[in-house]
Design a protein around this ligand. Structure first.
Ligand code: GDP
Ligand code: IMO
Ligand code: MG
Length: 429
């Protein structure tokens, strides 16, 4: 058996959570492979909205196993809240959630460091979600980190204190006072106590060698879907560095984040919005700082699922989409939120970037590091409501043309189109 992958092709928030939930019935196991609680994956079921940060988006299907893989970083406090939230909705994740012993722990001081680094960057700040992502992955690579499996060892507290001390020295060198900042509306000391309570709770969950579980499941013929977080343009190697997250968000991240060989990768679902959004700082060639941008934000309710920040909005960027499809080996394209542009008379698609008087058809190091001017093709809008449409054949012509334009440019068919946040608002070819 092969492991299928679903990930975002833009700057995150493409609608990955919704599509994972829709596809889950076809799988036995859903596994997150990277990222942490910087993610916010929204699922709407029967008009009720659920936002997941660490837990895979298959959790609403009680007969499916959900795995937090070794490549994920876990904040026990945030995870505990997510679990409590699920319990209040009648979902007992204890039964079908497994957590890799090798996944790294986000400490309270990682969140403090995130804040200190962002403060020090001033206007050059990344626009981090301030969940401690960068500092935690830094410690992982620097070989100082603590992992979920470590909470079971007798010297855990001692190792925690050593790492906390290291962080305090860095915070002091930045002149950062941990009492100047509240974490989840609590002073540090109180938050830290809750964090330790969450560590105790974590001991009640199934901590496993997820790489053994995943590979064994594959050899037993189980169907597995790997769920990505963030998006390809936030990848630490290929995204708009330094305005990126700290993990490999692309298909390659599945191999290191779950411990599967490249030969085990099957389908790759690439999810993109019919337009573009971005939260946080960094280049965004097709950004609209005008009424059209406001219209996208308003129609699409483009406010961060994790931080509530307004998302920057703009037209679809084809050079960036092609680049992401190339990096990921996408086999199946999924286009989200077409309904958000229902009101538009005309829609623009960026086909190249103009830099120093030349049109450049690809996303390159230069086009990401210099201000570029997008080159647009203008297409007719569909100005039709899309609810109630359940097959590709009855989509408005203008929307079909929009999709054909994209398909011709990227040389892949769009297999799924989403026309609303609900499970049922999904059209499969
Ligand atoms: P993720 O991080 O990729 O899972 O995406 P988010 O959940 O952060 O953001 C996607 C948002 O769009 C959520 O609020 C979804 O409920 C919503 N959504 C998903 N698909 C559609 C769609 O086709 N149309 C509309 N209007 N909203 C959608
Ligand atoms: P999902 O999985 C959108 C962005 C942040 C910031 C940059 C670095 O919901 O698509 P970090 O906290 O990782 O240090 O922030 O990355 N970012 C996201 N943007 N969706 C996400 O996740 C994101 N996770 C991080 O806004 O610009
Ligand atoms: Mg999101």
């Amino acid at each position: 058996m092969k492991i299928d992958v679903l990930l975002g092709l833009q700057w995150g928030d493409e609608g990955k959570g919704k599509i994972v939930d829709v596809l889950t019935p076809q799988y036995d196991i859903i596994a997150r492979f990277q990222g942490g609680p910087n993610a916010g994956h929204t699922i709407e079921i029967g008009g009720n909205r659920h936002v997941l940060h660490t837990i895979p988006s298959g959790i609403f299907h009680p007969d499916k196993i959900n795995v937090i893989g070794n490549g994920v970083i876990v904040d026990p406090f945030i995870l505990s809240h997510e679990l409590e939230e699920l319990r209040s909705k009648g979902v007992d994740a204890r039964l079908n959630l497994r957590i890799s012993k090798r996944s790294h722990l986000i400490l309270p001081t990682h969140r403090m460091l995130d804040a200190a680094y962002e403060q020090a960057l001033g206007n050059a700040k990344i626009g981090s979600t301030l969940k401690g992502i960068g500092p935690c992955y830094t410690d992982k690579t620097a070989r100082y980190g603590l992992r979920c499996g470590d909470i079971l060892s007798a010297d855990f507290i001692n190792r925690y204190n050593i790492l906390k001390e290291r962080h305090m020295r860095i915070l002091n060198s930045y002149g950062f006072d941990i009492n100047s900042l509240e974490l989840d509306r609590m002073p540090f000391i109180e938050y830290e106590q809750h964090w330790f309570d969450a560590i105790e709770e974590l001991k009640g969950y199934e901590l496993i060698d997820s790489e053994l579980f995943i590979n064994r499941s594959l050899s037993e013929g189980k169907r597995i879907l790997a769920e990505g977080a963030q998006g390809s343009l936030l990848d630490v190697d290929f995204g708009s560095y330094p305005y990126v997250t700290s993990s490999n968000t692309i298909t390659a991240g599945v191999c290191s984040g779950l411990g599967v060989p490249p030969t085990s990768i099957g389908k790759v679902y690439g999810v993109f919005k019919a337009y573009c959004t971005r939260v946080g700082s960094g280049p965004f060639p097709t950004e609209l700082n005008d009424a059209k941008g406001e219209e996208l934000r308003g129609n699409g309710n483009e406010y961060g699922s994790t931080t509530g920040r307004p998302r920057r909005c703009g037209w679809l960027d084809l050079p960036a989409l092609k680049y992401a499809i190339m990096l990921n080996g996408v086999s199946d394209l999924v286009m989200m939120k077409a309904d958000v542009m229902n009101s538009f008379k005309e829609v623009n698609i960026c086909t190249a970037y103009e830099l120093n008087g030349k049109d450049i058809p690809d996303l390159t190091f230069e086009t990401l590091s210099h201000p570029v001017k997008p080159v647009y093709t203008v297409l007719e809008g569909w100005q039709t409501r899309l609810e109630g449409i359940s097959n590709f054949g009855t989509l408005p012509n203008q929307l079909s043309n929009y999709m054909h334009f994209i398909e011709n440019a990227v040389k892949l068919p769009i297999g799924i189109i989403s026309v609303g946040p609900g499970r049922e608002q999904t059209i499969i070819r």
